[in-house]
Design a protein around this ligand. Structure first.
Ligand SMILES: CC(C)(COP(=O)(O)OP(=O)(O)OC[C@H]1O[C@@H](n2cnc3c(N)ncnc32)[C@H](O)[C@@H]1OP(=O)(O)O)[C@@H](O)C(=O)NCCC(=O)NCCSC(=O)CC(=O)O
Length: 554
């Protein structure tokens, strides 16, 4: 597989797009049943022997510790031995409920070395979101830390727990992960898998049901490395930092897997996001290649240009994903940080597919998500599934037969109506410009995009309905200048319960604790009834329309 950064000299987009083919070694990975592959070899072993730094960990108090690929090889081997001793076999699921620390990477690489499937659990999740995901994948083992351990007590049927804790703080019955790593052998022959075998089990929010499982086969590695080269333009001499959390696709695919696959060091910062710490870390670590979400960038801007001044000119490229990037953010970054910031579009289901590529030359239009990545043919479809020409809004879809990098073949053990007629429909409404670039118009369903997170209204509604004061609820996204959208809940209360601000806060806290700290309703409105179809289905779009009308001046 080619690991060379294409960006060393930028290549012409058109030429690269038209001549794209999976190179011979990559074609093997792309599904040849005879191919043998191991994700830990791709992301670690292949760089062993050069003493290269693979991982820089900054703790919450900003203490720096660096690890080489050799360190990660030995630690992943120890972890694989620990997992095997716990009964994990190739094809089993190992879940990680850990902050951005060394042990997170060790758990991921250890699972992969053994041929197991890694399932991320975002540390903001509450027991409800965790239980749903652990059930979905039938995880054999979950690796966590004391800050998150208590949530697992509320998970029915919780699997065996390995905990990263001080020796005195390991709960009875749990496996002391650090002690077990120490005692384990530092060698483990990587288990060969095939391109179609899974190595990650992700989840993503739906509009009608609870979060769906997204199986990720090993051949997705082709697309992940292609994105790092074409769109992120990651080079050997870059210091790379993707601030997204590896509890989600953007972080797991492109903060961990992608840079390690190219043999580049990645940076994990355990602390929460603030503009001050972000600028401080860029300066201290000499970050040249930065990735994150528009909300993070808007928060940097809101902190003022003075904070940006010391890092002006330090960054070479900046990538943005998770929600559309505002043209104003692009202009501000040019003016105050002297760096181009480019919008990239993707989904958990299939990674990045449409980009303003840093590593390829093509015009970049503010407000546009860019051009299809080489390896994908994108189409804009009408409701009947016909391809539309320029300037006509429709659903963005991937042409399956002509997209050699496409890996998504359906949700985990679930029907996937989004795949039909030779296309995978993304659910996003877009418009294609005459120059081929694609502009995001909106979602064609009820999914909420807030601060780059995809939030399913159904998940929030089912958490709210658990509260005794709530009889019925409908959850929508309402426009917000900072977070794109925020979650708003319309709530019908039980007889005799009064809708007070204190109750609104209580409901928000309930969702935060049970479902997730990022998905709670920031607005709660108490109503007598909800708009419904004659058959009783809640019409969220009516609520959304009236909120949009309210937010528009005049
Ligand atoms: C822009 C941000 C850095 C801003 O960070 P903030 O900390 O201000 O806010 P937030 O949205 O993360 O968090 C909302 C609330 O949850 C809390 N919170 C966040 N993370 C937490 C954690 N790990 N543990 C406990 N609480 C946590 C915060 O304190 C905050 O509480 P309070 O509100 O009380 O202060 C972040 O939102 C971000 O990284 N967004 C990008 C998300 C992303 O990576 N998207 C792409 C992947 S999604 C994806 O792949 C899509 C898909 O599913 O298909």
């Amino acid at each position: 597989m080619s690991t060379e950064a294409v960006g060393a000299t930028r290549r012409d987009y058109r030429e690269e797009y038209e001549t794209f083919r999976l190179e011979d070694a990559e074609a093997l990975l792309a599904g040849d049943p005879a191919s043998a592959i191991n994700a830990c070899v791709e992301c670690c072993d292949r760089y062993v022997g050069e003493g290269r730094v693979a991982l820089r960990c900054l703790s919450a108090d900003e203490t720096l510790t660096s690890y080489t690929f050799e360190d990660l090889q030995a630690l992943s081997a120890r972890a694989a031995n620990v997992f095997r001793a716990e009964g994990v076999v190739p094809g089993d699921v190992v879940a990680g409920l850990l902050p951005r620390t060394l042990e997170l990477v060790v758990a991921i690489l250890g699972a992969w070395r053994l041929g197991a499937i890694y399932q991320p659990l975002f540390t903001a999740f509450g027991p409800k979101a965790i239980e749903h995901r652990l059930r979905l994948g039938g995880a054999k083992l979950v690796v966590t830390n004391p800050a998150n351990r208590g949530k697992l007590d509320e998970v029915e049927g919780c699997p065996r727990v390995a905990i990263v804790a001080e020796p005195g703080a390991v709960p009875a019955g749990d496996l002391d992960f650090r002690a077990a790593l120490k005692a384990a052998e530092p060698t483990f022959e990587p288990v060969s898998r095939r391109g179609d075998d899974l190595f990650m089990l992700m989840s993503t929010s739906g509009t009608t049901g609870a979060a769906k499982g997204v199986p990720v086969p090993l051949r997705a590695l082709n697309a992940i490395s292609a994105y790092m080269r074409y769109a992120v333009d990651l080079r050997a001499d870059d210091t790379f930092w993707n601030i997204a959390d590896p509890g989600w696709a953007y972080g797991l695919y492109y903060a961990i897997t992608g840079p390690l696959m190219l043999g580049c060091a990645t940076l994990l910062y355990e602390g929460g996001f603030t503009a001050e710490s972000t600028y401080r870390i860029i300066q201290r670590m000499g970050v040249t290649n930065l990735a994150g979400s528009p909300t993070a960038y808007r928060l940097l801007i809101a902190a003022g240009p003075e904070l940006a001044e010391p890092v002006k000119g330090a960054l070479r490229v900046v990538s943005s994903a998770g929600e559309p990037l505002n043209p104003e953010v692009m202009r501000w970054f040019e003016a105050h940080l002297a760096v181009p910031i480019h919008d990239h579009y993707g989904q958990t289901e299939n990674g990045m597919m449409v980009n303003n590529h840093h590593g390829l030359t093509h015009p970049v239009r503010p407000g546009s998500s860019g051009l299809p990545m080489p390896g994908y043919r994108m189409a804009v479809l009408d409701e009947a599934g016909n391809e539309l020409g320029p300037n006509r809004p429709g659903i963005l879809a991937v042409d399956i037969a002509r997209s050699p990098l496409l890996w998504f073949r359906g949700y985990y053990h679930q029907d996937t109506p989004a795949i039909a007629g030779g296309y995978y429909r993304t659910g996003d409404t877009v418009e294609r410009e005459p120059d081929g670039s694609i502009s995001f118009v909106g979602r064609s369903d009820d999914i909420i995009t807030s601060a780059g997170y995809r939030i399913g209204p159904f998940d929030v509604e089912s958490a709210l309905i658990e509260h005794p004061a709530v009889v019925e609820t409908a959850v929508i996204g309402v426009p917000d200048p900072e977070r794109t959208e925020i979650v708003k809940a319309f709530v019908v209360l039980a007889d005799g319960v009064r809708g007070t601000p204190a109750l609104a806060d209580e409901l928000a806290s309930h969702v935060k604790r049970r479902l997730s700290a990022h998905a709670y309703p920031r607005q709660v409105e108490f109503v007598d009834e909800l708009p419904k179809t004659p058959s009783g289905k809640i019409q969220r779009f009516i609520l959304r329309k009236s909120e949009i009308a309210k937010s528009q001046p005049g």
